[in-house]
Design a protein around this ligand. Structure first.
Ligand SMILES: C[S@@+](CC[C@H](N)C(=O)[O-])C[C@H]1O[C@@H](n2cnc3c(N)ncnc32)[C@H](O)[C@@H]1O
Length: 249
């Protein structure tokens, strides 16, 4: 098995390679069964590539500012951003509750491991809803079992529950385009989980709801900033996006 000790993997290369993999998944499983639907279907139909602009900008920002760090990406979809980060040395947990997208995320992960074996240890896919799925994750030993041979299948941890390895005060938590209509309770529970991480990056416009009005984005920013050590808007990060950074440790 070849191990890649070379320099970080070019984002331009990954953009094209992931696009090819997305095309293969769609031709094999179709837009519906792959969970791609219009969201990823339009990327393919319009030949946008594996990464869309805000993902590429965010990837560059994270790889430059947080090299080698642990990242939790909540709501990964099929996980293209997680793939890019894991290929470039970050250790990533991707949380996703839509099973068809989870299956497609596993297809991408497996394809990448075939080329960059080190991705197996660096990229874990956690099926379920953030934050509950991360808490549940504490009850099993790493890594995920789906693509491991039987003899390497993890056993559930014995005894009392242990802290989730992914609620890590050194890790970065990111959310991109998760405008899926969270209830007030869900939003409160997600906001309540943020201080368990070192830093959180999220798009104020697409976080549990769509906030097209600046006053709504400001209200969300202020609500989270009240619990953080510091907070800033990252206006340079993506044209048309409204990323903010919250520092908790
Ligand atoms: C519109 S897609 C975007 C995917 C990816 N973040 C991106 O920027 O392309 C949002 C995804 O987040 C997932 N999602 C939303 N809230 C979630 C939560 N609390 N836990 C896990 N997945 C979530 C949805 O199932 C969906 O696949």
């Amino acid at each position: 098995m070849r191990v890649n000790f070379g320099p970080p993997v070019s984002l331009d290369f990954l953009d094209g390679y992931l696009f090819r993999l997305l095309q293969e998944i769609v031709s094999k499983h179709g837009l519906e069964d792959s969970g791609f639907e219009n969201y990823y279907g339009s990327r393919i139909a319009e030949k946008i590539g594996g990464l869309i602009e805000y993902e590429e900008r965010l990837a560059r920002y994270l790889l430059k500012g947080y090299p080698g760090r642990r990242v939790v990406h909540a709501g990964i979809g099929v996980g293209v951003l997680a793939c890019v980060l894991a290929c470039n040395g970050m250790t990533v947990a991707g949380v996703e509750y839509y099973p068809k997208r989870v299956a497609s995320a596993h297809h991408l992960r497996t394809a990448l491991i075939g080329i960059w074996p080190e991705v197996e240890a660096r990229y874990e896919i956690i099926e379920g809803s953030y934050p509950g799925a991360l808490m549940e994750r504490a009850k099993t030993a790493p890594p995920t079992s789906r693509f491991l041979p039987r003899w390497r299948t993890p056993k559930p941890a014995a005894g009392p529950s242990i802290p989730s390895p992914w609620f890590d005060s050194n890790a970065i938590l990111i959310f991109t385009n998760v405008a899926s209509g969270w209830s007030d309770d869900k939003l409160a529970s997600i906001i309540g989980s943020l201080p368990r991480f070192a830093e959180v990056l999220l798009d104020l416009r697409l976080f549990g709801a769509i906030r097209d009005e600046e006053q709504d984005r400001t209200a969300l920013f202020d609500r989270i900033a009240a619990t953080a050590r510091s907070a800033e808007r990252l206006r340079e990060l993506a044209v048309g996006s409204h990323f903010a950074r919250f520092v908790f440790t």
